[in-house]
Write a protein that binds this ligand. Structure first.
Ligand SMILES: Cc1cc2nc3c(=O)[nH]c(=O)nc-3n(C[C@H](O)[C@H](O)[C@H](O)COP(=O)(O)OP(=O)(O)OC[C@H]3O[C@@H](n4cnc5c(N)ncnc54)[C@H](O)[C@@H]3O)c2cc1C
Length: 531
């Protein structure tokens, strides 16, 4: 039977859109089916309180691939990304503070430790070399372990050989750093470099973002590295703000798709992947509509896809078991707050560049470790780790004049509450703790909150389809990375049902608003279509 569509994409998250664009540009007829009323997935801007808009889930941009920005002409479609005026600000309970940003970090760190200030350049050079290597792999399809004989294995061996050559090109210290960052904890790695708690807290925060782990747990080293892979307008490692919020990125992507002839349907939830004669043949929507296509590409996290939309009988048993064991739980609480005024930090009460920064409320790695241990015991910590951004200091389109919006990304809120508790019963209580935490650093903050929106891990699962609330579609740990993402043997975007592909953050190179999985998956689909 002739299908109306070459490819149907389940989910209009940013990776689904990027994939759709490249497929349509390659000459295929593509339809995107998105469950929510808006496209963008975890990269959306929404009104959360009358007159106040914000990026409701992901909130800051860096990892978005320059190639994707250029190919999709995102700037022409309205995207503008601005840099923060200061990268990070760490107010401390004793009234001191650390500002980290271009031209300032060294003198600021010297306030805490002359030795650490001396070591900064070397640290950046060494970590930068490892980040460059990983960055270079983001738009590549990992070599795929194959059990289908020598001919099928040959191209994969060539790919693996190329990778080995790149690794070999790193000097010995960079190779050691790579191993350390892949295998060790962010905390141990930073302890080897620095002595002052403040700089370790700023850098170590990257190791626990979205990662339900202590900074002293192995694996947090890679999470730290992952957050260094991006750039803003050509500045490596920098983080910025998309004017209009993260939704501006995905709205621009949707325009690029439509310009290529992609059909995007919103409010179109998919219920099931249709498999006929052993091949993916389309999808069945929640309303009973059947959309036939020659291939199905899923933007969903792999657990959601395979647990609820693919008949287990068509999947190899080993694959089912691996997906069952795929780790997705991420413990964060995400809040958007509407503010009547800007916060005044005791450590630096006047307004200034620090209010455009990623403001980290967690004075040390030991504090972060305790917050994690508390969360395991109780579900969250009374002394949590909070990162605050106030995007309205860079973008006046988000809040009424004179008012502001802030994103609070609160780390260490258990994906599933201990002792059988439900987040539905504890949402507001935990949110109050987060607000009180900010208030301790910036007295008057709590009184300035005129509206708030709270997403527990459970809420993120319900609203965004993020199983376990996990922001990256699956933990970024060595056995779930690169050729092993989501599962060893399927690191090349092709799933075990012929004609079924994965294009979301659960495939290489993982989470973040990168566009990379969508880009790479499209290349593999096009290859299979002979384009
Ligand atoms: C709270 C939070 C904070 C984050 N902060 C940042 C950040 O600041 N910077 C950054 O770079 N990254 C951040 N991330 C990570 C990043 O946003 C995600 O990794 C990325 O957006 C994933 O994109 P995706 O397109 O692969 O999947 P998603 O964005 O998850 O898209 C999947 C899409 O599938 C749709 N869908 C689900 N079920 C169905 C169905 N049955 N039928 C049809 N459609 C369906 C969903 O509605 C969604 O639109 C954050 C994520 C979260 C949740």
């Amino acid at each position: 039977m002739r299908s109306e569509w070459d490819v149907v994409i389940i989910g209009g998250g940013h990776n689904g859109l990027v994939c759709a664009f490249y497929l349509a540009r390659g000459g295929l007829r593509v339809q995107v089916l998105e469950r929510r009323a808006i496209v963008g997935g975890a990269a959306v801007t929404e009104e959360f309180h009358p007159g106040f808009r914000n990026s409701t889930a992901s909130y800051t941009v860096s990892l978005l691939q320059p190639k994707v920005i250029a190919d999709l002409n995102l700037h022409q479609h309205g995207l503008r990304i601005v840099e923060r005026k200061l990268a990070n600000f760490l107010p401390l309970p004793d009234g001191r503070s650390l500002a980290v940003g271009e031209g300032r970090t060294k003198s600021e760190v010297a306030k805490f430790s002359a030795r650490d200030a001396e070591r900064l350049d070397d640290y950046h050079r060494r970590v930068g070399a490892v980040a460059d290597l990983i960055r270079g792999l983001m738009l590549e399809t990992p070599p795929n372990v194959t059990a289908s004989g020598f001919l099928a294995a040959l191209p994969e061996l060539i790919k693996a050989g190329r990778l080995a050559r790149r690794l070999g090109a790193l000097d010995l210290s960079a190779q050691r750093d790579l191993l350390a960052l892949l295998g060790r904890s962010a905390g141990d790695y930073l302890d080897d470099w620095f002595e002052s708690d403040a700089i370790k807290a700023v850098y170590g925060f990257d190791g626990i973002v979205g990662n339900y782990a202590s900074p002293y747990m192995p694996g947090s080293g890679y999470v730290l590295l992952h957050h260094l892979l991006g750039e803003v307008n050509g500045k490596r490692g920098a983080w910025g703000h998309a004017i209009g919020g993260m939704g501006a990125i995905t709205q621009a992507m949707a325009k690029a798709c439509r310009a290529q002839g992609v059909e995007i349907r919103v409010g179109a939830a998919v219920r099931e992947v249709l498999v006929e004669k052993g091949r993916a043949a389309g999808v069945v929507c929640e309303n009973g509509d059947i959309v036939r296509a020659r291939a199905v590409v899923s933007n969903l996290n792999p657990k959601l896809l395979f647990r609820s939309m693919v008949d287990p009988a068509v999947l190899p048993e080993d694959f089912r078991a691996r997906i069952g064991a795929y780790r997705m739980g991420s413990g964060t609480l995400r809040m958007n707050v509407a503010l009547s005024q800007l916060p005044r930090f005791s450590a630096l009460p006047q307004a200034g560049d620090h209010l455009t920064a990623g403001i980290i409320l967690a004075p040390s790695l030991a504090y972060m470790d305790r917050a994690y241990q508390d969360a395991r015991a109780k579900g969250w910590s009374e002394n949590p780790v909070v990162e605050m951004l106030i995007p309205s200091t860079l973008d006046d389109s988000l809040a009424p004049k004179g008012a502001h919006v802030a994103s609070l990304f609160c780390q260490h809120a258990a994906p599933v509450l201990p002792n059988g508790g439900s987040w539905d019963d504890h949402r507001e209580e935990a949110a109050d703790v987060m607000i009180a935490t900010v208030d301790r650093y910036a007295p008057g903050f709590a009184a300035s909150v005129v509206g708030r929106q709270v997403f527990t891990p459970l809420d993120r699962e319900r609203v965004f389809g993020l199983t376990g609330g996990y922001i990256m579609h699956g933990c970024l740990e060595l056995d779930q990375l690169f050729a092993a993402r989501p599962v060893l043997g399927h690191g090349d975007y092709r799933m075990p049902v012929p004609g079924l592909y994965l294009c979301g953050a659960g495939s290489h190179p993982g989470g973040g608003v990168t566009g990379a999985p969508g880009h790479n998956a499209a290349r593999e689909v096009l290859r299979d279509f002979g384009r």
